[in-house]
Design a protein around this ligand. Structure first.
Ligand SMILES: NC(=O)c1ccc[n+]([C@@H]2O[C@H](COP(=O)([O-])OP(=O)(O)OC[C@H]3O[C@@H](n4cnc5c(N)ncnc54)[C@H](OP(=O)(O)O)[C@@H]3O)[C@@H](O)[C@H]2O)c1
Length: 252
């Protein structure tokens, strides 16, 4: 999609990949950019920083785990701009935790933010986009490939959101609603800053954003990077279960 003159809703714009995407999207001409997340103070500061003549930026406080927040955020965008041409669902959360540490609250939060929110958004966006088409991109992860130790819930949430995107892509084609899955490897953000383990080919957010925007422009079905890690993820998927389990049992 060419983002010039478009109304674009971006979630998770207050940090990491979303923050960088917001800065880059603001460079398109005549874009109407909606920045959504819970930390409205950061969104307001970001909006003030990127706003310039010819573009409009609307910061919206929205907890994507809450259906009402998503409904009212979408309503606000429609009241302000009259339509939504593209939605980039980037909000996400992760906790590295073992089966013993897995609290119900954290599990519920991960599943709601990373997966259920997609269903809420689709419910709001499909009726709006059915007439003129549109683009919906979800940021999932290469971590959805298998059940990696200590990331079971995160892996599951990303695998589930990937499947939702895949099935809706087929269903929504007839309405010219294009559905894209963005699957990053490791990117240096506050989410990964807390990781103590080795992260292969850790990428800077600026580079990740370059790849994402290039893929979105071409409307690639799946935007996965870095490519060696994407290939590795495919190979890991093919590893027979006994071998996968052997290595998984040795992860600390
Ligand atoms: N970094 C990586 O290596 C990596 C790899 C693969 C996939 N990803 C995915 O990429 C996306 C962006 O991650 P990131 O690395 O940029 O992480 P990040 O810096 O921690 O940013 C996460 C963003 O999600 C928002 N968010 C979290 N919970 C939310 C909620 N309940 N409602 C609304 N927004 C919420 C946060 O905003 P507020 O706290 O202000 O609400 C923040 O803007 C996520 O979906 C993540 O799973 C990241």
């Amino acid at each position: 999609m060419d983002f010039n003159n478009k109304v674009v809703l971006l979630t998770g714009a207050s940090s990491g990949i979303g923050y960088e995407l917001a800065v880059r999207l603001s460079l398109f001409s005549n874009i109407k950019l909606v920045l959504a997340a819970r930390r409205i103070d950061i969104l307001n500061e970001l909006a003030a920083q990127i706003c310039r003549p010819g573009i409009e930026v609307l910061p919206v406080k929205c907890d994507v785990s809450q259906r009402e927040d998503i409904s009212s955020a979408v309503k606000r965008v429609i009241d302000t701009f009259g339509r939504i041409d593209a939605a980039i669902l980037n909000s996400g959360t992760s906790y590295r935790m073992s089966h013993q540490e897995s609290s119900f609250l954290k599990t519920e939060e991960i599943m709601k933010v990373n997966t259920i929110s997609y269903l809420y958004f689709f419910d709001e966006l499909i009726p709006l986009m059915k007439k003129n088409g549109g683009l919906i991109a979800g940021v999932t992860s290469l971590a959805g490939t298998r059940g990696f130790p200590y990331s079971g819930v995160y892996s599951a949430s990303k695998a589930a959101s990937s499947r939702i995107l895949e099935s809706y892509r087929g269903e929504l084609k007839k309405f010219n609603i294009r559905v894209i899955n963005i699957k990053p490897g490791f990117v240096r953000t506050p989410m990964t800053d807390k990781n103590k383990f080795y992260m292969p080919m850790l990428m800077e957010p600026a580079r990740a954003t370059d790849i994402i925007l290039k893929g979105l422009k071409k409307e690639k079905r799946i935007i996965q990077f870095p490519w060696p890690v994407a290939i590795l993820a495919k190979l890991v998927k093919l590893i027979p279960n006994p071998i996968f389990d052997y290595f998984a049992a040795r992860v600390k």
